[in-house]
Design a protein around this ligand. Structure first.
Ligand code: GLU
Length: 480
């Protein structure tokens, strides 16, 4: 990017501890992280906790933990400190009120003592007149009175003195220049009556004093950006570069990704058995493409090529099929020991521990998510439901009964229960009786596991064990 020669790149993520981090925010965080790394800069984590009513207990810690669980880290932040800390807004209260008062002193902001009731009346009247609700600037030109009211104990807020009828332009790396007229922006509150800053004041003050050069954030914040731009102007500060990242659409392509269509927290995807590396890879190619359109890429490759200006300006679908595919690729890259370690939390307690190691090579190819373990191995232990209609596919009841009886007889006398012994017994039977191979093998698979798709049949039968297999063949016989 041209403007960057002399700029130290500093990016940030500024989550509010109001709940778990949304998976889309994690994807945005990755962009901020990668861009800072690409330019040898720093990535800052700042906690925006000025809305105490919406704060959720423990969320500050959970935010930090989940970022680490995704394998990412920050250079400056709450636990690490850094040159421009503190990095938790509630520890920076003094600076916000100082900055708001500075604007008042410079006649760029003003005190307002309007009561809630008055503001509501104004809003009601505007609604009735079908004009957009905005503060009517009542206090803007009566400051000496307002100051007296404050001296005699009135509550007050500080508002920005928004310039009148000015066209203001800012640059968004993804959308180009965006121009707005200052008349469309409210005389926004900067400092609330309880002394807390609004999000708008705090975010601008912090981004400035933390020397943030590039702000990449979700496009839901784009409507706030004019307020921020006016604040940068009021302070006379240089503006960072903005890039507003389009929101993701629900996997069904309908609407903005939301809780109503399934879980959306970054944590929930780890809980479902997606690997962090695979999730990061998925985030990389959501709305951005590697120059050679590579879909599986390392973090280093991403860092090398990523540029926010190449992010699609259109919303993209959060395509779970693609995510499953990528996750499967990453699972297959693991060796069996690594896989076993990662699978631990997903193995049901009832699954016999001595079966885990032998079962893994059989299911490794078929796992898309770690949580698939249960489904892919359910037939190795306990009882199974054998669908009788499938047993009879492409054959008659008599023939299947004979096949089951003969197989049971031959297997029950097998001295060594090994995959090869099972295989040769079954192949001999098939040849001897000239049974259709596909029909017979599929029927056996259904009888042995209850399923049409399983890992290789003879290995599977071997692991299920002789007594269980013989019992299932008997049961199948009663069903046909
Ligand atoms: N605190 C805001 C959030 O929760 C930060 C928005 C921004 O990045 O400016 O996402």
């Amino acid at each position: 990017m041209a403007a960057m020669k002399n700029t130290v790149v500093r990016t940030r993520m500024a989550p509010s501890p109001t709940g778990d981090i949304h998976v889309g925010s994690m994807a945005t965080l990755l962009k901020n992280y990668a861009f800072a790394k690409k330019h040898g800069g720093s990535f800052v984590l700042r906690i925006e906790d000025t809305d105490k009513e919406r704060e959720v207990e423990g969320a500050i810690q959970r935010i930090q933990d989940i970022i680490h669980d995704y394998g990412l880290d920050w250079d400056e932040g709450p636990d690490k400190g850094g040159e421009f800390g503190p990095y938790i807004q509630s520890e920076r209260m003094e600076i916000y009120s100082q900055m708001a008062k500075k604007l008042v002193d410079e006649d760029k902001a003003y005190y307002c003592t309007c009561s809630r009731e008055r503001l509501e009346e104004v809003r009601d009247a505007q609604r009735a007149a079908k004009v957009p609700p905005k503060y009517d600037k009542f206090c803007r030109n009566r400051q000496s009175e307002v100051k007296k009211e404050i001296e005699s104990g009135s509550e007050y807020v500080i508002r920005l003195k928004t310039p009148e009828s000015e066209d203001v332009t800012f640059t968004d790396l993804i959308r180009g220049n965006i121009t707005f007229n200052s008349d469309s922006v409210d005389d926004q509150v900067l400092l609330k009556s309880d002394g807390f800053p609004t999000y708008h004041l705090a975010v601008v003050v912090d981004d400035h004093f933390m020397h943030i050069s590039h702000i990449m954030r979700g496009e839901e914040w784009i409507s706030s950006t004019p307020k921020h731009v006016l604040l940068y102007q009021a302070f006379g500060w240089e503006m960072p570069v903005f890039a507003h990242i389009p929101v993701y659409l629900n996997p069904d392509g309908k609407g903005k990704m939301s809780k109503r269509k399934g879980t959306v927290s970054a944590q929930s995807f780890l809980d479902k058995g997606y690997l962090p590396e695979a999730l990061l890879n998925f985030f990389m190619i959501l709305g951005w493409a590697h120059p050679e359109e590579k879909e599986i890429l390392t973090l280093d490759e991403y860092i090398e090529h990523f540029d926010p200006k190449d992010v699609s300006s259109k919303s993209v679908v959060f395509d779970l099929k693609k995510l499953d595919w990528i996750n499967g690729m990453y699972i297959r890259k693991l060796n069996v020991t690594e896989l076993e370690k990662k699978l631990k939390p997903f193995i049901p307690e009832s699954f016999p521990s001595e079966l885990v190691t032998p079962v893994l090579p059989l299911i490794h190819e078929r796992l898309e998510k770690l949580s698939d373990f249960e489904e892919l191995t359910s037939f190795f232990v306990g009882s199974v439901v054998i669908p009788s209609d499938l047993l009879l596919k492409k054959s008659s009841s008599e023939e299947v009964t004979t096949q089951l009886a003969k197989t049971h007889e031959a297997l029950s006398t097998l001295p060594h229960w090994t995959p090869t012994a099972i295989e040769s017994t079954i192949r001999e039977l098939q040849e001897k009786h000239d049974w259709k191979r596909n029909q017979y093998f599929m029927m056996l698979r259904i009888a042995a596991t209850g399923k049409k798709a399983t890992p290789p049949l003879f290995e599977t039968m071997h692991l299920i064990g002789k007594p269980a297999i013989l019992e299932r063949l008997q049961t199948a016989k009663t069903l046909v």
